[in-house]
Design a protein around this ligand. Structure first.
Ligand code: 5GP
Length: 211
């Protein structure tokens, strides 16, 4: 059995990773979603084990100490991390798993899983990204400028990714991510191993019947 695909969906803050990932979860229920651990407080409507595993700083530190996280990063004064065991188990079962994480964490995953599929979500334009960051709340101009410059820096990390998907409309962005997953499943490397195994079995069976 082939191992599943590890798909990492990342991109600059404010690009809409969470929204696209939530839509993908609805549209492609066979795709397993990795639920992260975080030290941030739950937002209204968020559920333990569905949106996040909500942890205290001590509990999160414990997970780091016990090497229970595939990667973790600090983001806006909180920790976020991907529980390792669930990812390993899902891939070994031949199922695809998607991680929706910020860019630093994605780079760490790439070090450990270079065979993963790294998808970078882009805003339709920088101006659009600015509008989304401004539209989030009542931040000061300095905060907005700072977030925008961080987002522009994060955009430079695009070079580390395999694919770029523009988040112009959620449905079409999801469609393109679905197409990427299908194409990755059709890569010849995924078939070679299985073909050689079958060929070996066939040759062995023929040798037995010739004797
Ligand atoms: P939020 O607090 O809005 O849910 O998430 C904040 C940021 O943390 C988002 O960019 C999200 O992609 C990222 N994030 C969520 N889970 C993880 C994780 O397990 N690891 C890393 N590195 N980032 C995460």
């Amino acid at each position: 059995m082939n191992r599943g695909l590890l798909i990492v969906l990342s991109g600059p803050s404010g690009v809409g990773k969470g929204t696209v990932c939530a839509a993908l979860r609805r549209k492609q229920p066979e795709l397993i979603y990795s639920v992260s651990a975080t030290t941030r407080a739950p937002r209204e409507g968020e559920r333990e084990g569905v949106n996040y595993f909500f942890k205290s700083r001590e509990q999160f530190q414990d997970m780091i100490t016990h090497d229970a996280l595939l990667e973790y990063a600090e983001y806006v004064d909180n920790y976020y991390g991907t529980p390792r065991e669930f990812v390993d188990k899902t891939l070994a079962e031949g199922k695809d798993i998607i991680l929706e994480i910020e860019v630093q964490g994605a780079l760490k995953v790439k070090e450990k899983f270079p065979e993963g599929v790294f998808v970078f979500l882009l805003p339709p334009s920088l101006n659009e990204l600015k509008q989304r960051i401004v539209g989030r709340g009542t931040e000061s101009q300095a905060t907005i400028d700072n977030r925008l410059s961080v987002a522009v820096e994060e955009m430079n990390l695009l070079y580390h990714y395999d694919y770029a998907v523009v988040n112009d409309q959620i449905d079409s962005a999801c469609g393109r991510i679905g197409a990427i997953i299908t194409a990755e499943h059709c890569k010849r490397e995924r078939f070679l191993h299985e073909l050689f195994r079958e060929l070996k079995e066939l040759t062995a069976a023929e040798n037995v019947s010739e004797r």
